[in-house]
Design a protein around this ligand. Structure first.
Ligand code: NAD
Ligand code: 3PG
Length: 597
């Protein structure tokens, strides 16, 4: 067994250079959409500027900064039509090559269907693409690009503005004075200085909020299982567990993306663990709070006040108890709405849309092809395996010093120079980053995105068994210095370790920590550690069966008979929380985790 290489994540420039030699059809032209864009999305080929003989038309459907409009006008006919009804949008779209929106316009499947194949690019002037039907875009060969960085500071400033306004009852007092009242004693507020602020999600916006709150004299703690602890320490912020953060904070400010793991993360159970009189700020996404539970927590006096910029449904219903609550301050999703941020976003998105219309591969592409067709012929299942191992590994992380050092081992019987691992590394990066952030990773931005998050990916090639006919024997992903939601995933050396192979063209998970398993990486997976004893497969299987959850695969790996075993169960549907609890309640089950692929 011979170690051959060790490569740190290289620079964006280097990647671009490598890419052009590796794959692109002609300099900076988009290659065909690959079926691996994501495993669940089917797509057709994309042809951009090739089909555009005359000036393209860009529909700007929501107000965009002047500088962006001017940039667009240099290249395209620009139609600024705001507040279109869904029907008007569907009618207009057949005359447009690109559309630019913010969060207020639904770019639904009907929009793509109505475009008659002309629409080639959707530009989202901002981060979130919740309002764009991504699967439909991809199926229609339409590239979606966003502008992920220009509104970070604006969002952080709005978080601080809401926190201060809430603490001093600014909105309520303003309304009272305007109603002819002068209620000085009613609106006595609380001070920020000396209070503990818990920043939940220490990414781009969260870290800017933390920096500013420290300037206001607050004691800032943060919870983010994936953020490097040294980054937080560098600005004087301590990373703590979720429970510690919510139990000790006077103010809680939410800055995590909306993912299956963060949906309704503030709920009856978590509100009950908070300090009485806590104040909540949300400029992230409405869905991270169970809004009915927040009303209950306000009424019970657990939450003293809340300040919300975002809602599960936007705009929220007029009679929403939460919005109308006396101790709740609301704004209509204004986080990104400053002149400066909108100018920045406008330029960022205009450049991305023009680039995409010219056929350039954009670093902010949300659904860009990860893998060029020619590379796919051989690497397809390995590329899929690489992404899924990344997704699995990161979902196992529960804390520690953040996801920082990732080691990837490729076992191959081929000569070292006969296997290009750049695409595999990019796919692992995608798998590691996308489930925990609002960043979309593609082949162009993979190394850059890793670097931005402080993620160091080192690679090692070892000589694997098998024939050089197949490019890889196995891929192993290890995350160092972290704790795991599933302790059995920690290897003897103390890292989260998962390993996989391709069997009959299908990616399989073959090792979790020190346990050998064999489960195909499709749908979702339940990992379960139990005492090895007869009947366990049946017990877990019947809980899932009774809840109509279809099991696709089951595999048990054990150290020795009747000792501990790890069972990997592939499931087609996501089990309900109650179903998972029933598995946890089986006496021999020691720990389990549900992972979405
Ligand atoms: N209100 C607005 O107008 C506005 C403007 C910009 C961004 N946003 C929203 O703010 C949020 C943060 O944006 P960002 O640009 O900072 O994203 P980011 O990806 O830079 O940061 C998100 C952070 O959350 C962390 N995280 C993921 N899962 C977590 C979990 N379970 N618990 C704790 N932390 C977790 C990630 O590790 C990451 O560090 C997003 O939801 C984004 O859509 C809103
Ligand atoms: O996702 C975003 O960028 C923010 O939520 C801002 O959305 P907006 O552009 O609609 O203000």
């Amino acid at each position: 067994m011979a170690a051959t290489t060790s490569t740190a994540a290289s620079s964006l420039l280097a990647t671009k250079k490598n890419l052009s030699s590796l794959s692109l059809t002609s300099a900076n032209k988009l290659p065909a959409f690959s079926p691996l864009l994501t495993s669940s999305r089917r797509q057709r080929f994309i042809v951009l500027s090739a089909s555009l003989n005359s000036k393209p038309t860009v529909l700007v459907a929501e107000k965009l900064g002047e500088a962006g409009i001017n940039l667009l006008k240099d290249f395209a006919n620009v139609d600024c039509s705001y507040n279109l009804s869904p029907d008007e949008l569907c009618t207009k779209i057949s005359l447009c090559d690109a559309i630019i929106v913010r969060s207020g316009t639904k770019v639904s499947r009907e929009v793509f269907e109505s475009s008659g194949g002309r629409l080639k690019v959707v530009g989202r002037a901002g981060v979130g693409i919740d309002n764009v039907d991504l699967a439909a875009a991809t199926e229609h060969g339409c590239l979606v690009v966003n502008a992920p960085t220009a509104n970070t500071v604006a969002a952080a400033e709005h978080g601080i503005a809401l926190m201060a306004a809430m603490a001093r009852n600014v909105a309520q007092a303003d309304a009272s004075v305007k109603a002819g009242k002068w209620q000085r004693s009613k609106y006595v507020g609380v001070s920020l200085v000396g209070k503990t602020l818990a920043v939940m999600g220490f990414g781009k916006v969260g870290s800017e909020v933390a920096r500013r709150a420290k300037g206001l004299g607050m004691h800032v703690i943060a919870h983010d299982p994936y953020a490097p602890a040294d980054r937080a320490r560098a600005i004087g912020v301590e990373l703590v567990s979720f429970d510690e953060a919510i139990a000790t904070a006077d103010f809680i400010s939410l800055h995590m993306p909306l993912t299956p793991a963060t949906a309704k993360i503030l709920n009856d159970e978590t509100f009950a663990k908070m300090k009485k009189g806590v104040r909540i700020v949300n400029v992230a996404r409405g869905g991270v709070i169970d809004e009915d539970a927040l009303v209950r927590a306000l009424d019970a006096g657990i939450v003293a006040q809340a300040a919300l910029d975002v809602f599960t449904v936007e705009p929220p219903p007029q009679d929403s108890k939460l919005v109308q609550h006396e101790r709740v301050t609301v704004t209509p999703h204004l986080g990104a709405s400053t002149m400066e941020a909108q100018e920045g976003v406008a330029i960022e998105i205009a450049e991305a849309v023009v680039g995409a219309l010219k056929g350039e591969l954009a670093s902010t592409s949300v659904n860009a092809p990860m893998v060029p067709a020619e590379v796919l012929t051989e690497l397809k299942p390995y590329v899929e395996l690489a992404e899924k191992l990344g997704r699995l590994a990161v979902q196992l992380v529960s804390g520690g010093s953040g996801v920082k050092d990732v080691k990837v081992t490729y076992a191959s019987a081929r000569a070292p120079d006969d296997l290009d691992t750049r695409v595999l590394r990019a796919m692992i990066t995608k798998g590691l980053i996308e489930p925990i952030s609002s960043v979309f990773v593609n082949l162009v931005n993979a190394d850059f995105s890793a670097k931005q998050r402080g993620l160091r990916i080192s690679e090692e090639r070892i000589l694997g068994d098998g024939s050089p006919e197949s490019p890889l024997h196995f891929i192993q992903v290890q995350i160092a210095n972290v704790e795991s939601k599933f302790a059995s995933a920690i290897s003897e050396n103390g890292e989260i370790k998962v390993e996989g192979r391709v069997k009959d063209g299908i990616p399989h998970l073959t090792k979790v920590g020190s346990f050998e398993v064999d489960v195909s990486l499709e749908g979702s997976i339940i990992l379960c550690r139990q005492v090895d004893q007869p009947g366990m497969i049946g017990k877990v299987g019947s809980v899932l069966g009774a809840e109509n959850v279809n099991v696709s695969f089951m595999s048990v790996g054990r150290i020795a008979p009747r000792k501990q075993a790890v069972m990997a169960i592939g499931v087609d549907e996501q089990p309900r929380k109650e179903t998972l609890k029933k598995i946890g309640d089986i006496p021999a089950v020691e720990e389990f985790v549900f992972l979405k692929l």
